[in-house]
Design a protein around this ligand. Structure first.
Ligand code: G6P
Length: 369
């Protein structure tokens, strides 16, 4: 059916703003928003209780949501996760056994590398789960369990709402898996689901609050040729996603790095010509990330600090700009922090004058290996 941009300039902008609503839909499907519980039946044919490990593979932004999912499955369900980009997964000759399951994440459900990786796991006798947006897709059809992300049609080539809906589904599955495996208490379950349920309202607030500041910052950012993103914990895959988004649509060279790896390479590049975007909620990694930021500041690097009220108060370092978000529970930080990351890429691309919804050389769905 027809999808239009409404009163937005681009589909990407519209899709960024749709996130609170589509995430509500996804949440209503996976968790009980009244009781703050999750039914283990959402896991369908994947018997998380008896799994030895989970293999995840995907491409592009979907791969990065899987990387965040890995942190959750391991932390909340104590389930080891193997993850790789789909184009490498099946060449690693991973010893696969039937007490593993495989999860494929794909907005379109048609990505050739992801589908090939799925068939490879199927041949090895693994149960297959698919986290997809398009329920009628090939990947969905060939899976034992389908986990729809309910994001609605995504038109912009650079994925935004599909990413945060994938995260919402993965977080719900990780909690359900934790429940099945007896690795989270019912108190923890309630706390986690309550945090998830607060997400749409928090995200609406953030979208309204940060746009003017991000727009001004994007004008500055569009003057640079290289940008580095840093993060630790689940903010590390988000740093990768931030860099991917920026390079895809603004064509500015960007790299994401684990904050702790700064000293093993990228620190050599730090000068006043490469802004460093640090994603650091005030979590259990905060102090360590700030010490990495200190190393950047000491070398004349310009810092764009994306943090929360507590983080902004705790760091005394000078920054080019500080984007302050509300203090949020750890499990929803990746979704909430996606918003400044997406808007920064979006507005920078608008200032650069690129074709935001149809960036050069990229396709929405890649059906060749
Ligand atoms: C393309 C798109 C990306 C997307 C990736 C995987 O590269 O430009 O936005 O993340 O494919 O697509 P999928 O449909 O499998 O999620």
């Amino acid at each position: 059916y027809m999808v239009d941009k409404g009163n937005h300039r681009h589909f990407m902008e519209k899709e960024i703003y749709e996130q609170p609503e589509v995430i509500s839909h996804a949440l209503a499907h996976y968790v009980d928003l009244g009781d703050h519980t999750v039914e283990t039946s959402i896991c369908g044919a994947i018997d998380f209780a008896s799994l030895r490990s989970l293999a995840i593979s995907a491409c592009g932004t979907a791969y990065l949501s899987g990387l965040i999912g890995k942190y959750w499955f391991e932390r909340y369900a104590r389930l080891p996760v193997e993850i790789d980009v789909a184009s490498e997964f099946r060449y690693r000759e991973i010893p696969l056994a039937k007490d593993q399951a495989a999860l494929f994440i794909s907005q379109s459900g048609e990505t050739a590398d992801t589908l090939a990786s799925l068939r490879y796991c199927q041949e090895a006798g693994l149960k297959i789960g698919a986290v997809v947006n398009v329920k009628e897709s090939t990947i969905a059809r060939e899976s034992d369990a389908v986990f729809p992300i309910l994001a609605g049609p995504e038109i912009g080539v650079a994925s935004t709402k599909a990413f945060t809906c994938q995260l919402t589904v993965l977080a719900s599955l990780a909690i359900a898996a934790g429940k099945l495996r007896g690795t989270i208490s019912s108190d923890e379950e309630k706390q986690l689901v309550r945090s998830l349920s607060e997400m749409p309202r928090l995200m609406s607030g953030v979208l309204n609050a940060i746009e003017p500041k991000i727009e001004a910052l994007s004008r500055e950012l569009s003057k640079y040729k290289d940008v580095l993103y840093l993060g630790r914990g689940t903010s590390y895959p988000l740093a990768l996603e931030g860099a991917l988004k920026l390079k895809e649509i603004s064509y500015i060279h960007a790299e994401g790095y684990a904050a702790g790896e700064l000293k093993h390479g990228p620190i050599a590049l730090i000068d006043e010509n490469m802004p460093v975007i640090v994603i650091a909620p005030f979590d259990r990694f905060f102090e360590k990330t700030v010490s990495n930021m200190q190393e950047v500041a000491a070398r004349g690097g310009k810092i764009i600090f994306i943090t929360d009220g507590k983080g902004a108060a705790a760091s005394k370092l000078p920054t080019m700009e500080t984007i302050t978000l509300p203090n949020v529970a750890e499990i929803i930080a990746p979704m909430v922090y996606s918003l400044p990351i997406q808007l920064l890429a979006y507005h920078t691309a608008v200032f650069m004058g690129t074709d935001v919804d149809q960036p050069r050389n990229l396709a929405k769905s890649v059906t060749v290996e």
